[in-house]
Design a protein around this ligand. Sequence first.
Ligand SMILES: *[C@@H]1O[C@H](CO)[C@@H](O)[C@H](O)[C@H]1NC(C)=O
Ligand SMILES: *[C@@H]1O[C@H](CO)[C@@H](O)[C@H](O)[C@H]1NC(C)=O
Ligand SMILES: *[C@@H]1O[C@H](CO)[C@@H](O)[C@H](O)[C@H]1NC(C)=O
Ligand SMILES: *[C@@H]1O[C@H](CO)[C@@H](O)[C@H](O)[C@H]1NC(C)=O
Length: 554
Amino acid sequence: MTPDTKVSQELSVPPPPQKKKWVSRVLRPVVLFLVLFIWGILQFSQESFTLKKPHKGHYKSSPKDEPFKWENITPEKQLVYHPCFDEYQCARLEVPMDWNRTDGQGATVAVAVIRLPAKVPVTDLRYGGPILLNPGGPSGSGVSLALKRGKMLQDIVDFEESPESPAPQSEDAKYFDIVSFDPRGVNNTTPSFSCFANPEDRIAWKHETIADGNIVSSDIAFDILWARGQALGETCTNPGLFDTDESEWLGRFMNTPAVIADMVELIERHGEWREKETKKLLKKSYAHKLPRTEKKKVLEKNSWKRGEEQLLYWGFSYGTVIGATFAALQPNRVHRLVVDGVVDSYDYYAGNWLTNLQDSDGALNTFFEDCHEAGPESCPFASDDLQDLKDRFQGVLEDLRSNPLPVSASKSRGPEIITYSDIHILVFTSLYSPAAVFPLVAQIFTDLSQRNGSSAADFKADLRKGNVASKHSDEVQSSVLCTDGGDYRGMNKSEYREYWKALEDQGHFTGDDWAALRLSCPSWNIRPAWAFNARLKCRMDFPVLKFYIKIQRA
Ligand SMILES: *[C@@H]1O[C@H](CO)[C@@H](O)[C@H](O)[C@H]1NC(C)=O
Ligand SMILES: *[C@@H]1O[C@H](CO)[C@@H](O)[C@H](O)[C@H]1NC(C)=O
Ligand SMILES: *[C@@H]1O[C@H](CO)[C@@H](O)[C@H](O)[C@H]1NC(C)=O
Ligand SMILES: *[C@@H]1O[C@H](CO)[C@@H](O)[C@H](O)[C@H]1NC(C)=O
């Protein structure tokens, strides 16, 4: 395989000229394939964070060298940004837990919002507004995405030349804010959603789950996982256990429609903030010696369009479900929307997850073919014969099934054993990010074929570290996807087994790991307060630009 895969594109429908600009510019480098569906599995390293009760006052100022803390920001109904993470700004937006409650009382959610400011101030006519991001999941952290990729994404959507460039700029040169947020239950948004009495219990549970292996690792693996799904589902849907007011318990209010309502609030509050910020900056006459007509134009452009603020959005993977749902519920608020790594939303809302894996065997085939073509110099697992390569691949897996490989400790990790399940998960992971992980697959399989497990043990140890460190994502993910999806309460074990087999038929390598994602849904004993039951079909004010990429192997 070659790392410098070429990407070509076909635009099937030419967009209208005046609106095409940023959509096509956004889409061009879709190479940065950020499929983060099963976020928990793929997070290699995560930071831990403790959230305490917010302090009084806007922001509890701290000595300069003390790192930024979300809990020092007091949640507010308006967007109030505070400096954070170097050039970013952070806010905690207070929204009702239950958007359908009309008395204004009730519990609230503090949504963690992060903004990478545009390269121009809001008073610059080239200011394009905020582009909201979602990384997928469910349960991916938008704050984390903005921190890791915000700059790159901003460079993609912004006008090529810097705002200071002396060259004449085109009329529609625009510079955007990158804004993201942690959805309900996720990372820095509070309250958090937890199904464990304390962090130690969650860590123990995760270690045991990893040790049990995936669904195909043994004859009893499915039975064990089924029991785990039941224990988790029953626990996570028992609000009484956590001593909360059952009517206002987060578990009933964290599905996608509630997140859409939060996003509407976020763009409305951005409009309010933009107007205020504009007036503030225009008062500073030294900063803006604008002619009066220009000033008027800016004020008009930036005035808060109450109830009509528009969405600019870029969502990846499950974030495309968010995009589609937003468009269905709020078609008139969509200005531009990019769905990238598209999930079949009909299938998602049916709760089936039956349309995600169809090409995954083909993806694994590209590993065999590319490795073979590249030859042993770039792909150590290569050989003269393609079939031989495939056979050796199977041979490594079959060998591990009956002979797990002991690996002694290294300076950076403890002793490990490499099982069939571990390598199955490696291959599954690689199908998510082939360009990044295929070289590692080649290395690990080469080593394993010589019964050398040190590279596999390094991989396993890293993966476990990330998995165990992620504090809530599994529970949040189950909650969102079980409450978004159809009602699977009461589905029995043999029916679930059938479902697993159906997935396995679709993707030999992916079906087994995929089947585990919904295991707690049959025992998820609550339904959301507000389920999505609108039609996904909708009309928006601009045409849909379909975009395909063809990966060409060099
Ligand atoms: C809840 O409120 C939203 C608007 O905020 C509305 O679209 C939805 O139908 C309401 N749901 C219920 C169950 O009342
Ligand atoms: C949670 O947010 C922090 C920033 O506040 C970030 O550093 C961290 O990576 C995020 N965690 C996850 C699991 O995404
Ligand atoms: C095992 O493989 C690694 C490369 O992944 C190599 O550095 C190491 O020397 C090998 N160990 C043995 C005993 O061959
Ligand atoms: C599971 O459910 C199916 C369909 O309702 C039913 O036919 C079957 O007997 C059930 N199996 C068990 C073991 O309860």
